[in-house]
Design a binder for this molecule. Sequence first.
Ligand SMILES: Nc1ncnc2c1ncn2[C@@H]1O[C@H](COP(=O)(O)OP(=O)(O)OP(=O)(O)O)[C@@H](O)[C@H]1O
Length: 919
Amino acid sequence: MVEFIRFAILGLGTGGIFALLALGTVQIHRGSGVLNFAQGAVGMVAGYVFWDLRDNRGVDGYLAMGTGVVAAAILGLLIYLVIMRPLRDAPPLTKVIATLGVMVVLQSSALLIYGSDTRSIAPTIPANAWNIGGGVAIGVDRIILFSTAIVVAVALTMLYRFTQFGMATEASAENPLATAALGHSPDRLAALNWVLGSAVGGLAGVLVVQITGLNITLLVLLTIPSLAAALVGRLHSYMLTVLGALLIGVGQSLVTRYIDVSGLSSALPFIVIFVLVLLSGRALPTRGEASMGLPRVGTGRVSPVNIVLVGAVALILVWTVFSSNWVNGMINTLVIAFVALSVVVVTGYAGQVSLAQIALAGLGAYFTGRLVAASDWPLWAATLAGVFATIPVGLLLALPALRARGITLAVITLGMGLVLQTMLFENSDLTGGITGTQVGNPVIFGIDVNAIAYPERYATVVIVLLLITGVGVANLRSSRVGRRLLAVRSNERAAAALGINVVEAKLFAFGIGAAIAALGGILMAFRGPSIVYSDFGVFGSVNILMWAVIGGVGYILGAGIAGTLAAGGVGAYIFDLLGDGFSEYVPLVGGIVILLVVTRLPDGLAQPNIEAWDLVASKFGRNRFSQDLPDFPERALDRQGANGETSQSAENQLTVVPPRLLKVDNVAVRFGGVVALNNVSLEVRPGEVLGLIGPNGAGKTTLIDAITGFVPNVTGDMFLDGVSIGLRAPHQRARLGIVRSWQSVEMFTHMSVGESLRLACEPRDRRSYLMSMLRLRDEPFPDSALEVAEGFGFADKLETAVDELSFADRKLLGLARSMASSPSVLLLDEPAAGLDGEEVEALRHIIPRLAKDRGMAVLLVEHDVNLVMGVSDRVMVLDFGTKIAEGSPPEVSADPAVIAAYFGEPEHLVDANADSGSR
Ligand SMILES: Nc1ncnc2c1ncn2[C@@H]1O[C@H](COP(=O)(O)OP(=O)(O)OP(=O)(O)O)[C@@H](O)[C@H]1O
C-alpha cells in the first residue's frame, strides 16, 4: 500500500507538468482557436533560458526562472504576431501545421545550439523529501509542481469567469465581430492569450527541467501527453484538464510500477482518449459545425507520356549521372515520397489528419522484417503479408476518425504513433533483441538488389514501385471513389445526404493509406541489412505531414516534393553542395519553409509547378487533361429558357422516378428544453408538391433533418412505401430515394461542377473501392447529371470549380445535385433563399415538373409564400413545432390560425391566392 501511495504521489508531480503545459494549451485554444503543438517546445526554450542565465551567467535561480517564463511569454507573442495572426482565417489544418512548424524550428535550433545530450542540472526549487507518515516520503519539488498546476487552473478559471478580459475572450470565441463592435479587439485578445498561455508553458518548462534535466526531445515530447489532458478538458475546462493531467500522471506512474509491459505508460493517455472519443464522438458533425477546410487537390489526371518521362529521367539519373552517394539520396527521397503518398490519400483526398503515417510504415517494415529475419519468408511473400497485416491497424486508426474530426483526430493519431513507437519499435524483446531485425540482402527475381552494394538497383525497384503506386493514387483521385472521398472531406453531412457511406469512405482511405505507408516503410527498412526502427518515431510522422503539406498534400507531385525535403534526401545533398555540414540545417530550414509556405502558399508548392507545366504543355499544343465531359452546350437550357419554354430535347429526356410514398407518423424532436417538433404527421405522395411553411424556428428544417436522419433522438416513425426507415442511417435513406437540399450552401469544395453532378448520381457500390486504383476505362458522363446540368444552365460550366461560382449558382448547383440522383422523394429546404427574381421564376417552373413529369414526391420548405402557394398541391403549416393547418393553398391561406401565426394581415395573400388559383 505504501508503495502504491508513493508511486501515486510521484505521478502527481508528472501530472502537474502535463497539467501546466495543457493549461497553457487550453488557454491558447480558447483565446485563438489554435491547438498549439509547440507548447512543449516553448517550455523547452524557457527551461534553457533559465539554465543559461543561472548556470552560465550567475543570475539568481528564481530570477532566472522568472526570466525564463517572460522569455516564453515573449516567444508566444512573436509566434502569434509573425505566424498565427496572418493565419487567422486559415483552415484548422493549416494552423496545426504552422504550430508543428514552430515546434520543428524551435527543436532543431536548440539541437544545433546545444546538441542532443541530456544535461542534468541542480534544482533551484527545494528538492528534499518530505515524510508524510506511514513510511511514505515525497519530493517537495513534486508537491510544488502539483500545487502550482492547481493554483494556475483556479486562477485561469477565475480570470475567464470574472474579469473583463476573460469574458471578452469567451465572447470573442463565440462571435468576434460582435465583440469587436463592443470595443474589444479580437486580435489583441488573441495576442494576450498567446502571451499568457505561453507563459504558463514556460512555467512548466522552468520547473520540469529541474526534475528531468535538459533534454530537448524529451521536453518537446511532453506536448503529447499534455494534449491528451487538454482533450480530457475538451480544450475548454481548466479544472477538467488538470484532473485529466493528474490522472494521466498517476496512471502512468502506477502502470510503470505494476504492469510490466514496455511502453505502456506512455501509451496510456492515448488508450484513454481513444476510448473516450469512441464513446463520446459523433458519427456526423452537427448542423453548422465547421468543416476542417483543406488545401486544394489535383485532378488526378496524369498523362501516360509524363509518367514515362519522369520514370525515364529518374532511371537515367540513377544509372548514368548520379554517384552512389547521390543515388542513396535519391533512394531516401523516394521512400519518403512513398509514405507521403499515403498522406495524400488520407489527408489530401479524404481530409483526415493523420500524424501516424510513419508509424504505419514502421509497422509494415516490422511485419515484413520479422517474417524475413525470423521465419525466412521470401521477400515478396513477406512484403505482401506486411502490407496486408498493416491494413487492419490502419483501420483501427480510422475508428476515432469515425467519431472525431479535425484537431482531435490529429492528437489521437499522434498518440497512436507514440504508442507504436514506445510499445513496439523501442521494445527490443519484440524487434529481435540486441541484434535487432537482421533482414540481410533483399533479392528480387534472383537478383541481389541490396542498397549498399547496388544502390542503383535498389533505386530502380523503388522508382518502379513508386510510379505504379503514384499512378494508382492518381487513378483513385479521378475515380468514383476519389469523388466520394473529396465529398466526405469537404462536407460529411452533404455527402451522407447523397447516399455516400461516410464510415466506409474513411475506412477505405485509412486502409489504402496504411497499405501504401507499409510498402513505403518496407522500402525504407530494407535499405540496410538491419532495420533501423528509430526511422519510424513520432517526429517522423510530424515531419512527413509537414513535408507533404509543403509539397502540396492534395497532389501526387506534392509527395515527390515531400521526399526531396526529407532528411538524407536529395534536398540535403543539394544543401551540402553549398558547403560541408550544411545538411545539418535541413530540419531547421524545413521548419522555416513550412512556415513560409503555410502563410503564403497554403496549397503547397506542387500547384504552381503544375500550372507552369500546363502552360508550357499548352504552348506545344498538348492539353494535359483528356476531357471525358459531354459536348453539349448548344443543347443547354439557359435560365430564361427554364422559364416556360423548355427545349424539346431536354423535355424528352426526363427520367421518371419509381413512385414512393413518404409517411411521417407522430414525429417529435427535442433539443434540451426546446420542442422543435411536436408529434408531426404528414404524407408526401408521388407526383405532388407538399409546401411546408411556418415562422422562423417553427421546426421546418428540423423536420427535413428528422426525415433524412440528421437529428438524433427522434420519436415517432417514418415510412417509405410502408417500410419503416426511422432507424436507418442518413446515407441509407438517401439510397432508398429520399434526398434533400440544404438551406445553406453546402458545396463540395475543390470539385468541378461536372464532378459534383456526376458524384450525385453515381452508384454507391462497394466494388468501386476495389477497382479505384485501376483505371480500366473512363466512365461516361451520366445521363441524369447531363439532364440537370442542362436544366439548371450548367452545361457550359462543367469544368468550372465550384469555389468560383457565384452565391446563386452555388445554391442552384446544390439543388441540381439533389435532383441529379433522380430521387423518389425530394425535400427542398428554402431553395429560393438568395436567388433573384428570374431564378425564382425558373424554380416556379422546375419544381412542379419534378412532381408532375418525373413523378417525385416533393416537400418544399420555403419562406417565399408566393412560390409555395404557386407550386404546391397541398400546404402544411408549422408553428412552434406543431402542425396548425394543412390543406389546399386557398384553404390554408384563409385559415385564421395560420393568419395569426404566420401571415399577419390577410392582404399579403392576395397574390398567393391569385397564383394558386391560376395553376
Ligand atoms: N442543433 C440544435 N440544437 C439546439 N436547438 C436547435 C438545433 N437545431 C434547431 N434547434 C432549435 O429548434 C427549433 C426549430 O429550428 P429549425 O431550424 O428547424 O426551424 P425552421 O422552421 O427551419 O427555422 P427557419 O425558418 O429560421 O430556418 C428552433 O428553436 C431552433 O433554435
